[in-house]
Design a protein around this ligand. Sequence first.
Ligand code: FES
Length: 116
Amino acid sequence: MAVADHQITLVFPDRERRTLAVTDDETILAAAYREGMDLPSTCLQGWCLSCAGRVENGGEWDQELSRRYYRQDRDAGFILLCTARAHSDLTICTHRQEAMVEHRLAQGLATPRGKW
Ligand code: FES
């Protein structure tokens, strides 16, 4: 049985928008790398936050592969691209590590320490 494709729109800091198709069972970052997009990553385990993005206008995705991801992260729209699998079309602002760290600190949630 074929898995559904979803269209992901990535909005880069310079407001350039690029789109890619992903399946339910691949991570968004893996699909972006396959298409030659330059995005930050370090741990690839959903831990360090270097791949963080922020979803605009809602949508469905899972973070089951992430080592650490909180309900509050999702409520605020943060997504870890290295371990996120889309279940709907999504529009995602990239390069949101700093914003996600600030969000975690404001919520009293754990942030990564040290260098990966
Ligand atoms: S690369 Fe570390 S959380 Fe995604």
